[in-house]
Design a protein around this ligand. Structure first.
Ligand code: PEP
Ligand code: MN
Length: 360
C-alpha cells in the first residue's frame, strides 16, 4: 500500500500518518519527492484498512500491485541519488567510476593500483578483502588486514571504498571500514545477509545473481530497503547463458528495464560480465551508451600475477584509455565524467586528445 500525501502536506501530517501505520504493527517508509511525499507501507498482507484516507494531508491511498514496493517507481518517481560526503554521487548526472583489483593482495599492489585509478579520474576504489571463491583452495582474501589497507587508500587518495561482505560477520567489519557494502552475485538471494545489509548505515551495492531474473533482482533490493536502508545501488554483472565466448553474458538491456521499473541507480560490471580483458572497454562504452549510472571495473598493476581474476583485469594504461573513450560516449548521452587529473594528462602526453584505438 502507498499513501500519497498532498503537495502541501505538513511534516506533522506526514508524521501522524507514519505513527498510525506503526501503531497498527506495520512499517511506514516516508519517501520525500520533488512534488510530494509518499509513504510506503510494508508488513501488511492485503489491504490496510485503518482509515488513512481520512487523515489530514492525505491525497489518496493506493494499492501497489507489483511484488516489489519500495524499489518501485510507483512509490518514488524521482531517481535515487546516493550521496557521499565530499561530493561524489551515484545516480546523479555524473557517472560513478569504481575501479581497482578483484582482491586486495598486499599494500604495495593496492597502493600502486589506487594511484593509477585515482589519476585516471575514478571516484571509488574497489577491492575484495573477503573473496567468495569457487574453490576452497583459492585465495580467500586478506580479511580485516585487507580492510585496513583499503581504509589507507581512502585516507591517502580520497577514494571512497567499495568492498564485499560475504556473511554477517564480515559485514560488521565492512560496514565499519568501507563506504559501500558490496553484496556479491553468489549472495543475491542470501536473505539473512540482505536483511543485515538493510540494517547497515552504509549504502549497498547489490550484484545481480548469475541466474536471477529482473524481478528476483529487484526483490533482493526490496529485502535491503524494507529494513530501512534506502541507499541501494544495483549492479549488472552478467548472467549465465549457453554462450561460451565470454565468462558471463552481460545483459545490458536490463539497464533501461531497471530504470523503467525502479528509481534505484544501476552500475555495470564489464569485467565479470565478460571475463576477458579485451572486451572490457567495448562493453564499458556500450554500458554508458545504454544509460548506466556508473561502471565497476577491475584494474591490476600486474594482472598476469593477480591472485584472482587476472584475465579480466585491465592494465592501468588500458583503464586510462577506457576513461577517455567512455568520456566521449558520456557526452553524447548527456552524462558527465569526473576529470582525469592534470598529472595523468601530462603523463599520457595527450591533454584532452581524442581517443586512440585501444590495445585489442
Ligand atoms: C567481484 O566483484 O570480484 C565479484 C566476486 O563479483 P561477482 O559477485 O559479481 O561474481
Ligand atoms: Mn573479481
Amino acid at each position: 500500500m502507498l499513501v500519497v500525501m498532498q503537495a502541501h502536506a505538513t511534516e506533522e501530517q506526514v508524521r501522524a500518518v507514519c505513527e498510525k501505520i506503526d501503531l497498527a504493527g506495520l512499517r511506514a517508509h516516508a519517501i520525500p519527492g520533488a512534488q510530494r511525499t509518499a509513504i510506503g507501507i510494508t508488513g501488511n498482507r492485503g489491504e490496510v484498512e485503518i482509515g488513512l484516507e481520512e487523515m489530514p494531508g492525505v491525497a489518496e491511498v493506493i494499492r501497489v500491485t507489483k511484488p516489489y514496493k519500495l524499489v518501485s517507481r510507483d512509490v518514488k518517481q524521482d531517481n535515487t541519488v546516493v550521496r557521499f560526503n565530499n561530493s561524489a554521487t551515484i545516480g546523479g548526472p555524473e557517472l560513478a567510476i569504481i575501479a581497482g583489483p578483484c582482491a586486495v593482495e598486499s599494500r604495495e599492489q593496492t597502493f600502486a593500483i589506487a594511484e593509477r585509478v585515482h589519476r585516471a579520474g575514478a571516484q571509488f576504489f574497489r577491492g575484495g578483502a573477503y573473496k567468495p571463491r569457487t574453490s576452497p583452495y583459492s585465495f580467500q582474501g586478506l580479511g580485516e588486514e585487507g580492510l585496513r589497507i583499503l581504509a589507507q587508500v581512502r585516507e591517502r587518495w580520497g577514494l571512497r571504498i567499495v568492498t564485499e561482505a560475504i556473511d554477517n560477520e564480515s559485514l560488521e567489519l565492512v560496514e565499519e571500514y568501507a563506504d559501500v557494502i558490496q553484496i556479491g552475485a553468489r549472495n543475491m538471494q542470501n536473505f539473512s545477509l540482505l536483511k543485515r545489509a538493510g540494517r547497515a548505515k552504509k549504502p549497498v551495492l547489490l550484484k545481480r545473481g548469475m541466474a536471477a531474473t529482473l524481478e528476483e533482482f529487484l526483490m533482493a533490493a526490496e529485502y535491503v530497503m524494507c529494513e530501512g536502508n534506502y541507499n541501494v545501488i544495483l549492479c549488472e554483472r552478467g548472467v549465465r547463458t549457453f554462450a561460451d565466448h565470454t565468462r558471463n553474458t552481460l545483459d545490458l538491456s536490463v539497464v533501461p528495464a531497471v530504470h523503467r521499473l525502479s528509481h534505484l541507480p544501476i552500475v555495470v560490471d564489464p569485467s565479470h560480465g565478460t571475463g576477458k580483458r579485451n572486451k572490457v572497454t567495448p562493453l564499458s562504452r556500450a554500458a554508458v551508451a545504454v544509460g548506466c549510472d556508473g561502471l565497476i571495473v577491475e584494474v591490476h598493476n600486474d594482472p598476469d600475477r593477480a591472485l584472482s581474476d587476472g584475465m579480466q583485469s585491465l592494465y592501468p594504461e588500458q583503464f586510462d584509455e577506457l576513461m577517455s573513450e567512455v568520456r566521449q560516449i558520456a557526452a553524447v548521452v548527456r552524462r558527465e565524467l569526473p576529470p582525469q587529473l592534470a598529472q595523468n594528462r601530462r603523463a599520457l602526453g595527450t591533454p584532452d586528445a581524442p581517443a586512440t584505438a585501444a590495445a585489442r
